[in-house]
Design a protein around this ligand. Sequence first.
Ligand SMILES: *[C@@H]1O[C@H](CO)[C@@H](O)[C@H](O)[C@H]1NC(C)=O
Ligand SMILES: *[C@@H]1O[C@H](CO)[C@@H](O)[C@H](O)[C@H]1NC(C)=O
Ligand SMILES: *[C@@H]1O[C@H](CO)[C@@H](O)[C@H](O)[C@H]1NC(C)=O
Ligand SMILES: *[C@@H]1O[C@H](CO)[C@@H](O)[C@H](O)[C@H]1NC(C)=O
Ligand SMILES: *[C@@H]1O[C@H](CO)[C@@H](O)[C@H](O)[C@H]1NC(C)=O
Ligand SMILES: *[C@@H]1O[C@H](CO)[C@@H](O)[C@H](O)[C@H]1NC(C)=O
Ligand SMILES: CC(=O)N[C@H]1CO[C@H](CO)[C@@H](O)[C@@H]1O
Length: 696
Amino acid sequence: MIIFLSSGLFCLLMAAVGIQAQQTPSINDLNAECLGNVIRLSVAPLFEDVDAFFNDTQIINLTPGLATQCGFSFKFDPMGNDMFFASLQNCFSQNMDDKMFSLVMQFRLPGNHMTEDPVYRVGKTCSYTPWTSREILCDRNYMEVSVRTLPDIQTIPKQPTGGPKARSGNFWRGAEAVASGYKMTAVVFSPSKNVMNVDEVQRKGYAIANTPTRLVLRSPHNAEETYLQNVAGVPMRVLSTSTFFEQKWLVTRVDATAVCPTPEAVAFTPEVITWYMPKHIDPLFSSDAFTMLEVYMGIDAKRLDTEEMAARNYSVLVTEAHIIVEIPVGAVGGYFKSHIQDDQYFVTYTIEPMLELLWIEDVSHENTSYKVLFPITTPPMARPLQVRNYTPLDTVPEQAVFVLELGTFNLDVELLNITFPTMVLTVAECNARGFNVQEQRSPDNTLKTFRMEVPFSDPVVFKERRAEQGVTTFTLQLIYGLVIFPEYAPFSHSAVVDAVLLDIVPPSVTGNCDQENFHITVDYRNQEPFFVVLVGKRLLNHEFAQQYLTEGDTDFTITLPFSSPDAVFESVHSSSVRSRLDVALLNPYNNMTIKYFSLACSFLKTLTECFSNGTMTALAVKVESAPGLNPGQLTLSDPACGPTYSDDRFAYFHFTVNSCGTTRKFINNVMLYENEISLPDELEVKLNATTSSEEE
Ligand SMILES: *[C@@H]1O[C@H](CO)[C@@H](O)[C@H](O)[C@H]1NC(C)=O
Ligand SMILES: *[C@@H]1O[C@H](CO)[C@@H](O)[C@H](O)[C@H]1NC(C)=O
Ligand SMILES: *[C@@H]1O[C@H](CO)[C@@H](O)[C@H](O)[C@H]1NC(C)=O
Ligand SMILES: *[C@@H]1O[C@H](CO)[C@@H](O)[C@H](O)[C@H]1NC(C)=O
Ligand SMILES: *[C@@H]1O[C@H](CO)[C@@H](O)[C@H](O)[C@H]1NC(C)=O
Ligand SMILES: *[C@@H]1O[C@H](CO)[C@@H](O)[C@H](O)[C@H]1NC(C)=O
Ligand SMILES: CC(=O)N[C@H]1CO[C@H](CO)[C@@H](O)[C@@H]1O
């Protein structure tokens, strides 16, 4: 391997020399693959520093500039799929006769920049023999061309020497050490015709190397000697060189041209990315006499077969003038990234397709293979944020909560805190307060929203009562504090939500009686009736309601006869009964009484009657004050005269006035018959069943 070392590069190397590699054997997270003329390492994220090993001993820190010059590139993917790409012909791989290439890399994890920092060390040897006459490689940061050279300027591989000689800077076999006697003397760039010697070329950030069978040239995309050329309507960047080799009086020239697409080669719609590549890349071919043999597409430097492409909805179309690659925005293989611009939320979609082309020149049958790794990022696409309010208003006001959902975000956004008018709370503090902040993912796990619940009763909710309208307004003002990872870019989103609730008016219960019935009216005003009704000792159920209840707009009325078992008799008089109905509205959750109402009325009732045929009837009722009374045990004065009918509340007597111990008195032309209803032993209850009747 021969690399012409510039003095700038040399200084870097000197600084690195002498640091011995820490032997950390674990390479589990570094998956190395040979992908044609590229080595790809899938790198555990979070590494901080990358070193290349030269000849397995010298550690060289890979700065971005050195990476570009030496044929390395990185893909930093916020989803954690970082990748590292190396051209096979990079500066540091050990080249075995242009057939085997061995690369050793070391990834240092973040630490305190000491040599003991944890490192991953990975080595990979790739065999690559199908080198074509000319191979062009376009990576994100460099363009590279490698051409087969004629035997007379080819180097004879010689074992490089290490040790003390390396420290002199001569351990990469220099231009002088060409075995054939040819010496690389000058590089001429077109179209400027600038001539540089090898040192100058290296110093300006290009790389040039003469390997056993090939000449390799590498340039940053934006280097001074590159130029833009419109090829079939596609702006391409071109590096065009002629390298001169001299031996005594002989001079040999090797031309090498690289052409790579610029970012303008891509067109976007919100749905599709379209990448145009010219089919005939003019600067590469002097005539039209060549044929395109192969077209392959891949992702992240890895070729895909047609099934994989179809499954991912990628397409490659070859037209007269172009190779057109179409990728749906959001397709598998790429990723979305969040951005904030002018306080607005945007996302971009990035994907890194590859095209591999092979042309054959019709006459010479010389082949040109062309590989372009082409990261594409869409322009920012606006994703307006919304706070969706799912506050349920049909609950009991004491249980009402604001239910808010902020979204929709890409997965790289995190919620840090929420600013309320009176305080700032972290997410953890919000949760400790009962706000139940939750991240919710879309079913395909590509998007997320933040949901939370703030009870109306929390002090961060502003309450305002408007008595004249009979409403209370609950207002929640908040500013969500968010960050985008991994760069930790803060942004915020503010929102105001409110809810108007009718004021809570307790239900009212009123009542009246007619001659036979109680009428109880329950008015629940502006509330949903969120109570149960207890009538006497009975819960108002559906059956009961059907029989006794009539409904109004915001009220209902229960109509019950005074003698209903749900009512109680307070007292009995000769011609009336005082009956009472108790009604309670209960909270169904805890059976607490919301409202209690009691209505007692006297109902005109003749409980005793005399008939002209000399019989008498009497109805005895159990009153509230004698709860233990069994009416069936009642008798008239004559204990042998029991009721003709009785139940647990009534006893009905039917007897002739000359029986059952009935006495009679004659008062002012009126015959008064008296009897008494009582329990046989103790006179627990003395019911006056006396009645007056006209003397017949
Ligand atoms: C591919 O496209 C079809 C039709 O537009 C769509 O139904 C399908 O979901 C897409 N597949 C993928 C993997 O995006
Ligand atoms: C060019 O490539 C084709 C197809 O791979 C192959 O058949 C041919 O031999 C190659 N030509 C040269 C000169 O290598
Ligand atoms: C709240 O989060 C934002 C991130 O969006 C941050 O800039 C701010 O400093 C945080 N405020 C507090 C008080 O932590
Ligand atoms: C309330 O009382 C009723 C009737 O006694 C009973 O069926 C119900 O289970 C009670 N509910 C609660 C929540 O205690
Ligand atoms: C007396 O008259 C009443 C009412 O008409 C009747 O119910 C009762 O059976 C009669 N009694 C006798 C013994 O006829
Ligand atoms: C029974 O009725 C008589 C006459 O109406 C009255 O004097 C007496 O006090 C009553 N007795 C009871 C227990 O009500
Ligand atoms: C010090 C050291 O490892 N030197 C090696 C450099 O590479 C050659 C093979 O190309 C080895 O033979 C040396 O031992």
